[in-house]
Ligand binder design. Structure first.
Ligand code: ZN
Ligand code: ZN
Length: 240
């Protein structure tokens, strides 16, 4: 963090003492850098398994046991409610520096719980779900990319940017009225550049939150068509 940003945050802390984004109690000491108080953070239930993307059943062995035809496995550190919902909502509007620690913490514990075999992860690329370039410019960052960076550093895997591209400026899925509109909104949303990188590669596809799964499904379809093999979609939180 540059000194100027540190100074700006210090000034903001004096004017607006930092409060927990979940319970709104004042943050003290190290909590200030986390955006959330230790008590709220400690109450979050962190998952121990991967999930079936079709029925969301737990997959304790990291293998498909129910819907064998699912195109990918789903990993989610927590459920999308309570404090986690507040963290993720804040992610779109607040500076990453105050959310990096709690998100990194949730991911770190979750990945440890999964006991993924590092040797088997060797052939994986980390690919963040991209934003359309106009939206990324507007927001200043892509939250999926920041989360992807934590994962790529943890497993020492390449973070592959500029391969999966957002083709179309899609509307937010929540703005759309019915299922047909939602489906058409995402059709052709992604394209691949530099497809040669994907041949015989496995992918950890990263996003912040998994609700209907429509965005991830569309990205998986695009990656598969381009030759990607196994895909694990990894998010901070999923709806139940
Ligand atoms: Zn709190
Ligand atoms: Zn299933």
């Amino acid at each position: 963090m540059s000194n100027l940003i540190k100074l700006k945050e210090l000034a903001l802390d004096i004017l607006f003492p930092p409060i927990c984004l979940n319970c709104e109690n004042s943050l003290v000491k190290a909590e200030k850098n986390n955006g959330i108080c230790d008590l709220c953070l400690s109450k979050i239930i962190i998952h121990t398994t991967l999930f079936c993307p079709t029925c969301r059943a737990r997959l304790p062995e990291n293998k498909k046991t129910c819907h064998q035809n699912s195109a990918y496995l789903l990993g989610a550190a927590a459920d999308y409610d309570g404090a986690v919902k507040n963290i993720i909502r804040r992610l779109k509007y607040k500076s990453w520096s105050r959310l990096k620690n709690p998100i990194g913490y949730l991911l770190k514990i979750y990945l440890k719980n999964l006991k993924l075999d590092k040797a088997k992860l060797k052939n994986y690329l980390v690919i963040p779900i991209p934003l359309h370039k106009n939206r990324e410019r507007e927001r200043g960052f892509n939250q999926a990319e920041l989360i992807g960076k934590i994962i790529s550093e943890k497993y020492n895997l390449p973070l592959a940017k500029g391969i999966l591209i957002r083709n179309k400026e899609t509307k937010s899925q929540t703005e759309l009225k019915n299922w047909d509109e939602r489906k058409n909104n995402l059709t052709g949303a992604f394209k691949i550049e530099n497809a040669e990188y994907l041949k015989n590669k496995n992918i950890i596809l990263v996003d912040d939150v998994y609700t209907s799964g429509a965005t991830v499904n569309e990205a998986v379809k695009t990656l598969r068509t381009a030759g990607a093999k196994k895909i694990v979609a990894l998010v901070i939180a999923k709806t139940k």
